[in-house]
Write a protein that binds this ligand. Structure first.
Ligand code: ADP
Length: 539
C-alpha cells in the first residue's frame, strides 16, 4: 500500500475538494452572523500560511492564538501547521502570570488575537520578549488604535497575496499544536499534539459510537478551540464534511440559542453552559427545531441535565470524558446493544457514566498496590490510559509520564462496569476519604444540583478527629431562591448511603472556578481555611 503521511492539512484539502459548499456560520466581534464554507476557509488558510512565511516563520516555530471560535480562528487551525509552524492556543481566562509563563515557555514568535482581547496582550507584551508581531483578527476598516508595537491587520495579510501556496511538507510526527492544561497546581503544563495524533484522533472522534459526524451534520462547538485541543472539533468537522457554527465571543444563552436555531444538529460544551441554557429555555418557553444531540464533558454531567435534554426537549445527550493530555477524547456514552434493551431509568443510570472508549484508547483501573481492579461497576481505583493520541511527556519537562507499558496515570478515580462503561467518581486530589472509605464528591454534587433551587454545588472533605475526613457541601443558590439545608440533604440522601451524606452545608454567593470553568477545589479549600471553617463537631 501507499504511504499516506497523516498531516492535518490533508483534512482541509479534503473538505475543500469534496465538501466545498458546506456552510460555516460565524458570529463576528460586532455580534453579526457571517457565512462562509470549507472552500473559502481553505483558500484563506493558504493565503495566511504564505503571509506567515513572509513574516519569517520557519518550520517548528510557535504561533500563539488567543481567539474565540470564529471563521478566522478556523483558518488559523490550518494556516499555522500549513507553513510548518505549531499552533499554541491561549486561554484568555488564564491569570495574567500564567499567560506570560506559557507564552515564554512555548516561545511564541507571533500572537494572533481577537479584537476584544487586545487589552490583555497590551498588559503583558513587555514581559513576552519572543513575540515579534501581533496580528489582530479583524478587517482593515475596524483596525483599532493600540499601544502594541509591530501590529498587523489579519485581513491585510489575507488581501496581500493570491493563496498560491504549497503546504510545507514534513513527517506525520511533527508537532502541530500545543495546549497547556489549566494548572490547578504549579505552572501550566504544555501538551504537544502531532499531525498524526490529531488526524488519528479526528478519525476516531467522528466515528459512529463517538460524535458520529457526517456531511449531513451541522456542529456548533461552544467549547472553545483553546480548551483541550478544542475537543478536536476543528479537525473532525472538516474531515467528516460537516457544517460548522461558530459562536464567537457571545456565549450568553440567548445568543447560543439563536445559533442553535440556524440548523445546528449537534453541539458540545461543559455542563455549566447547558445548565444556563436550559434555565433560559424554560424561562422563555422555547424549544429546539433542529438540534438532535449534545455532547457534554469536561466535568461530570448532572443526571438532571441529561433528563431534561432528553425528556423535555427530545435531544440525546452524549456524556463524554477526556483530558487535554488525551487530545482529549477518552470515552463517550453511546449505547451498546446490551444498553438499548434497558428501560428508561436504567438507561439514565448508564448515561451518568461516561461510556466506552474508541479504537486506539485503552483503559484500566488499579488499586493502591497497582493491581488491576475488576470491571464490576463498583470497584473504584486509579484510572490509567494509553493510546495513539495520549501524552508521553509535557513540553520541555523531563518527567516521564508513562510506565513501561505506556500507561499514563490520568489522576482520575473511576469504576468500569462489565460492559466497559467508565464512571469517573473523583479526581485523585479531590477525593474524600472518610474512615478509609472513598466518598464520591461527584455523586454528591450531582444529587445536590438535582434540587430545584440549587445552581451549583461543590463537595469537599474537611478534617474530622474520628473519621479523618468528612464531606461537607458548598452551595450556590439559584437567583432569588433560598433552599434550606434539610431539603438539600434529603435530596442527596436519595442517591448515596447514609454515611456519605455531607455533615454540613455552607451557602456562598460564588464558588471559585479554574480558567477552564471547573470548580477549583483548591481555591475553595483555601477560602474555607481563611474563613477558619471547621467541621461542626470540632468545638
Ligand atoms: P483542566 O484539568 O486543565 O481543566 P482538562 O480538560 O484536561 O482540563 O481536564 C480533564 C479532567 O476533567 C479529567 O481528568 C477529569 O478529572 C475531568 N473530566 C472530564 N470529563 C469529565 C466527565 N465527563 N466526568 C467527570 N470528570 C470529567
Amino acid at each position: 500500500m501507499q504511504n499516506f503521511p497523516l498531516r492535518v492539512n490533508k483534512i482541509i484539502d479534503h473538505a475543500a475538494k469534496y465538501h466545498p459548499k458546506r456552510e460555516i456560520i460565524s458570529r463576528d466581534f460586532k455580534g453579526e452572523i457571517n457565512h462562509s464554507n470549507w472552500k473559502e476557509i481553505h483558500q484563506n488558510a493558504k493565503k495566511i500560511s504564505k503571509s506567515f512565511q513572509k513574516l519569517g516563520i520557519k518550520k517548528g516555530d510557535v504561533i500563539g492564538v488567543m481567539a474565540w471560535n470564529n471563521r478566522r480562528h478556523m483558518e488559523l487551525v490550518y494556516s499555522i501547521p500549513g507553513c510548518g509552524a505549531i499552533n499554541h492556543t491561549l486561554n484568555p481566562r488564564l491569570f495574567v502570570g500564567q499567560l506570560i509563563y506559557i507564552i515564554n515557555h512555548a516561545n511564541d514568535k507571533i500572537l494572533v488575537i481577537d479584537l476584544d482581547l487586545i487589552p490583555i496582550i497590551e498588559k503583558i507584551i513587555e514581559k513576552c520578549p519572543s513575540v515579534q508581531n501581533v496580528i489582530i483578527m479583524v478587517d482593515e476598516k475596524n483596525m483599532p488604535e493600540t499601544s502594541l508595537k509591530n501590529v498587523i491587520c489579519y485581513d491585510e495579510l489575507l488581501n496581500e497575496n493570491d493563496g498560491d501556496f504549497e503546504w510545507v511538507s514534513g513527517s506525520e510526527t511533527d508537532a502541530c499544536g500545543i495546549c497547556y492544561t489549566s494548572g490547578t497546581t504549579g505552572n501550566p503544563k504544555g501538551v504537544v499534539y502531532t499531525h498524526r495524533s490529531n488526524c488519528l484522533h479526528a478519525l476516531i472522534s467522528g466515528s459512529p459510537d463517538m460524535l458520529s459526524l457526517s456531511s449531513t451534520e451541522k456542529i456548533m462547538p461552544v467549547v472553545p478551540l483553546f480548551h483541550a485541543n478544542g475537543w478536536s472539533i476543528g479537525y473532525t468537522a472538516p474531515m467528516m464534511g460537516s457544517s460548522m457554527v461558530l459562536p464567537g465571543n457571545d456565549l450568553s444563552p440567548a445568543a447560543l440559542y439563536e445559533l442553535l436555531e440556524k440548523g445546528t444538529t449537534i453541539t458540545a460544551a461543559v455542563p455549566t453552559v447547558w445548565l444556563l441554557l436550559l434555565n433560559f429555555l424554560e424561562e422563555k418557553k422555547l424549544s429546539f427545531s433542529s438540534l438532535k444531540r449534545v455532547v457534554i464533558g469536561g466535568s461530570a454531567c448532572p443526571r438532571a441535565v441529561i433528563e431534561k435534554f432528553q425528556e423535555k426537549y427530545g435531544v440525546d445527550v452524549l456524556h463524554a470524558w477526556g483530558m487535554t493530555e488525551m487530545s482529549p477524547l477518552g470515552t463517550v456514552c453511546s449505547f451498546k446493544p446490551e444498553i438499548l434493551k434497558l428501560n428508561k431509568t436504567e438507561k439514565l443510570n448508564i448515561q451518568e457514566t461516561t461510556g466506552h472508549p474508541p479504537f486506539t484508547v485503552d483503559l484500566k483501573i488499579t488499586n493502591d498496590n497497582g493491581e488491576d481492579l475488576p470491571w464490576d461497576g463498583k470497584s473504584q481505583g486509579k484510572l490509567w490510559s494509553r493510546g495513539g493520541s495520549v501524552v508521553k511527556n509535557y513540553l520541555k519537562n523531563n518527567e516521564n509520564l508513562i510506565d513501561n507499558d505506556n500507561w499514563f496515570d490520568t489522576g482520575d478515580v473511576a469504576t468500569i462496569d462489565e460492559n466497559g462503561y467508565l464512571k469517573i467518581t473523583d479526581r485523585s486530589k479531590d477525593v474524600i476519604k472518610s474512615g478509609g472509605e472513598w466518598i464520591s464528591s461527584i455523586i454528591i454534587e450531582n444529587a445536590a444540583v438535582g434540587h430545584p433551587d440549587v445552581a451549583e454545588a461543590a463537595a469537599i472533605g474537611v478534617f474530622h478527629p474520628k473519621w479523618d475526613e468528612r464531606p461537607i457541601l458548598v452551595i450556590v443558590a439559584k437567583p432569588n431562591k433560598n433552599p434550606d439545608k434539610e431539603s438539600i440533604l434529603l435530596e442527596i440522601s436519595k442517591h448515596v448511603a447514609k454515611w456519605q451524606v455531607p455533615d454540613d452545608i455552607i451557602f456562598l454567593d460564588e464558588i471559585p472556578h479554574t480558567a477552564t470553568g471547573k470548580i477549583s477545589k483548591i481555591a475553595l479549600r483555601d477560602k474555607l481555611n481563611n474563613d477558619n471553617y471547621k467541621h461542626p463537631e470540632i468545638k
